[in-house]
Design a protein around this ligand. Structure first.
Ligand SMILES: Nc1ncnc2c1ncn2[C@@H]1O[C@H](COP(=O)(O)OP(=O)(O)OP(=O)(O)O)[C@@H](O)[C@H]1O
Ligand SMILES: [Mg+2]
Length: 265
């Protein structure tokens, strides 16, 4: 039995192919780009504001590619304490540190054959960046406390809000790792630049939040949503709709149920 990894990992080996909804030109272009990216095995660096769908895009790349039948693992690089990082990524042997009683697989071994999403990759400490670089170069990992390397075959996807070049310029991200990870760049447009997607997104999200129920938007609601800046993008839209649904009367979401933050509305 492997130990639990509460805050870091989601695996979706057999999950249905995720959908990036929206018919705006930027979304059509994005889906076409994802289709092309999925066919190759190169590393992808995904950039986009909070809630724009970076993880969804990574899952789509995985699901449409040759690795689809293998694990997809997402790890939030900012959420692992630095002291545990090496064991978390590469696994550990019994006795590698106090309390390490069992042999443990790392994320790389768990993702073997599939894809590993390094989310918030710009939060990786420099010492860990060096170790990651070596693994990407050699395609082999060594468990903490181990003496032998094992081959791993993993497609690396990474995500950040601001892109990796910013960290390189600031001296917090290694340039050699940047070149390894940033082979293909995928930028997700913010929701305010594709307001034409709002209606479809509302439909998709409401169908997910209230399956089997007929929910509609009162006429001024869409206009109010279109006038709002959505700094939290699609995730914020989900939250707005979830709250509005709780206040909906007879399956109709009314303007006063929206409660959009007023400053930006
Ligand atoms: N185009 C889209 N169509 C449908 N749902 C979407 C779309 N984009 C994002 N979502 C939904 O919005 C939520 C946020 O998406 P996701 O977690 O992929 O964003 P993120 O960019 O990784 O966010 P964060 O920066 O907060 O990590 C998810 O519930 C996702 O399903
Ligand atoms: Mg994310």
């Amino acid at each position: 039995m492997s130990s639990p990894r509460p805050h870091t990992v989601t695996a979706a080996g057999m999950a249905p192919a995720p959908q990036l909804s929206g018919n705006s030109l930027p979304m059509q272009a994005l889906r076409a780009q994802i289709g092309r990216i999925a066919r190759c095995g190169a590393p992808v660096a995904i950039r986009g504001e909070s809630g724009t769908g970076k993880e969804l895009a990574a899952r789509a790349i995985h699901a449409q590619g040759a690795r689809a039948g293998f694990p997809f693992i997402a790890v939030n690089c900012g959420a692992i304490p630095e002291a545990l990082m090496e064991a978390e990524f590469f696994g550990c042997r019994p006795g590698a540190y106090t309390g390490a009683r069992h042999e443990r697989q790392g994320l790389f071994q768990a993702a073997h054959g599939g894809s590993l999403l390094l989310d918030e990759v710009d939060d990786l400490p420099l010492a860990m960046q060096v170790k990651l670089l070596r693994v990407l170069q050699e395609r082999r990992v060594r468990k903490l406390g181990g003496s032998a390397d094992e081959a791993v075959d993993v497609r690396i996807l990474c995500a950040s809000q601001h892109g990796l070049a910013r960290g390189v310029a600031a001296g917090t991200f290694r340039q050699d790792l940047f070149y390894r990870l940033n082979v293909i760049e995928l930028a997700l447009p913010p929701l305010r630049e594709r307001r034409g997607d709002l209606q479809v997104l509302c439909e998709v999200i409401l169908a997910r939040l209230a399956p089997g129920q007929a929910v509609s938007l009162a006429p001024p609601v869409l206009a109010a949503l279109a006038a709002y800046a959505f700094p939290g993008n699609v995730r914020e839209l989900e939250n707005v709709l979830e709250r509005a649904l709780a206040f909906a009367d007879g399956g109709v979401i009314a303007l006063d149920g929206l409660a959009l933050p007023s400053a930006a509305g």
